[in-house]
Design a protein around this ligand. Structure first.
Ligand code: HEM
Length: 455
């Protein structure tokens, strides 16, 4: 059904429902935006800077952050949830703005989390106004003390807007300096200059530009971190799969170096494992943000009215046993290693899709190529360095974990679970530490890049 409607008739199903909070946010968040001219400009920019060829440009960031992830885990394995979040967030801020995240508890990051979280809480709290939009005009007649949510939401929007603009302006300024790092924000501001006097140029205001960069950063961070948390959980629960991954790594990479992106083609089972992690615990459990129908349509005799909300039941389709037999079994071998994430997502026959976790149709996630590389490097390096095992209780017994427990969110994540990272050998530890020590030479005393590391 997703293929039939959202992929094949994507011109009709690329709109978004008109959420009350999207109005309060003045339509700023692309991910919630309807199928309009600014959305097309935004999408053009995403395509220009995140396409399959450009995605390769960010590998040095993915390389450095996944090396740091490994040594951080060696030092503080119990903190693995926060460490994977730091590394994916740092890849995202490096790409979007050209700076790294050293600590997720820093003031800038806390402000960012507070605003994003605030937005989703507000969307959740205003569901009634989305189900019954006819109530909205009544709110305007009510004194704000009787209905404080709108005022609270506006405050979150202003704080977020101020932060996104500041980050965007800082990246623009930084790009004027010699030896500056490339960033998506700087790319957008340059595109804005190039498009001056055109229709695209007039739509691409600084405010729009700051949100295009901000949402790319936001879209990249949690989704990837949540998927990695799911992959770690799967490795712990399916040790036979973990062992197969490690046999492949030992045969191809050996024990003398960390896997790199150059091993991508030679590690098909690791790639299949990342595909299976996306299927088995999809962070976009119901397609992240619903689509909406632009015009009325008839599908299999059912009338879909214009404006109808279309939710993709990603969890259900990823667990459909006619497509994925025994679906709760984590089995990487069900995926074709010869198809990249995006090739499988675009497969003409829906049975060739690995999963539906990146969405569908014209709104399919534009970060899919970046995500593929981050997941590959992180998975290969984690499994090269560690045995991922169940944690033990005070009596030395394995602590059981429910495989399906996830957070209640549009970007679901496994509920926190205990887990043991056991280094595979002293030699593996020494190699990882040595490679991180070499990689650190690229950084200054504040932990930021000394010079441009991208091609
Ligand atoms: C495992 C990683 C990721 C997952 C599972 C994921 C999933 C998704 C999903 C389900 C959507 C909505 C698609 C739809 O409406 O049909 C989406 C949209 C989006 N994603 Fe991702 N994403 C990931 C990584 C990334 C990365 C790395 C970036 C940026 C570099 C990114 C940027 C975006 C943006 C900008 C949108 C909005 C597109 C639009 O509304 O037109 N995502 N993503």
């Amino acid at each position: 059904m997703i293929k039939k409607m959202v992929d094949k008739k994507s011109g009709n199903y690329s709109d978004r429902p008109k959420l009350y909070m999207q109005d309060i946010w003045e339509g700023s968040r692309i991910i919630m935006r309807g199928y309009d001219s600014l959305w097309k400009v935004e999408r053009k920019l995403y395509h220009q800077f995140l396409n399959i060829n450009k995605a390769g440009r960010y590998i040095p960031y993915q390389d450095l952050e996944t090396k740091q992830l490994i040594v951080d885990l060696l030092e503080n394995p119990a903190n693995f949830e926060d460490l994977i979040t730091r590394s994916t967030l740092s890849i995202a801020t490096s790409m979007a703005y050209g700076f790294r995240v050293l600590d997720t508890k820093s003031e800038v990051m806390q402000e960012l989390f507070k605003n994003t979280h605030g937005f989703f809480v507000m969307v959740n709290s205003s569901k009634l106004l989305d189900w019954y939009p006819q109530l909205r005009p009544l709110l305007r007649l009510m004194p704000s003390w009787l209905y404080p949510m709108a005022r609270e939401a506006k405050q979150i929007f202003y704080r977020e807007k101020t932060q996104f603009r500041q980050l965007y302006e800082d990246a623009k300024c930084a790009s004027q300096m010699d030896n500056s790092l490339p960033s998506f924000a700087a790319d957008i501001s340059r595109a804005k200059e190039t498009w001056k006097g055109t229709e695209n140029g007039s739509l691409l205001t600084d405010h729009a530009g700051s949100y295009i960069a901000g949402i790319a950063m936001e879209g990249a961070a949690d989704t990837t971190s949540n998927t990695l948390a799911g992959l770690i959980k799967a490795m712990m629960l399916f040790p036979n799969v973990q062992q197969k991954c490690q046999e492949e790594l030992d045969a191809v990479v050996g024990g003398g170096r960390l896997p790199t992106i150059n091993d991508f083609e030679s590690l098909p089972y690791i790639r299949q494992t990342t595909k299976e992690a996306l299927r088995w615990l999809p962070t976009a459990i119901s397609g992240a943000i619903p689509h909406a129908a632009l015009s009325e349509d008839i599908v299999d005799g059912y009338r879909i009215p214009s404006g109808a909300t279309v939710v993709m039941a990603v969890w259900s389709v990823n667990n459909d046993s006619s497509l994925f037999p025994n679906p709760r079994k984590f089995d990487p071998s069900r995926h074709d290693p010869n198809l990249s994430f995006s090739e499988a997502a675009a497969a003409p026959d829906f049975r060739d899709r690995d999963n539906w976790t990146f969405g569908a149709g014209r709104r399919i996630c534009p970060g899919i190529h970046i995500a593929e590389r981050t997941l590959f490097l992180a998975a290969a390096r984690l499994l090269w360095t560690f045995e991922i095992r169940k944690a033990k209780d005070a009596y030395g017994r394995d602590i059981d974990v429910d495989m399906d427990e996830v957070t209640q969110s549009i970007a679901a994540r496994p509920l926190p679970f205990p887990c043991n990272f056991v280094p595979r050998s002293d030699k593996h530890v020494r190699v990882a530490q040595k490679e991180w020590a070499e990689a650190r030479q690229l950084l200054d005393e504040h932990g930021n890049y000394k010079h441009n590391v991208l091609q």
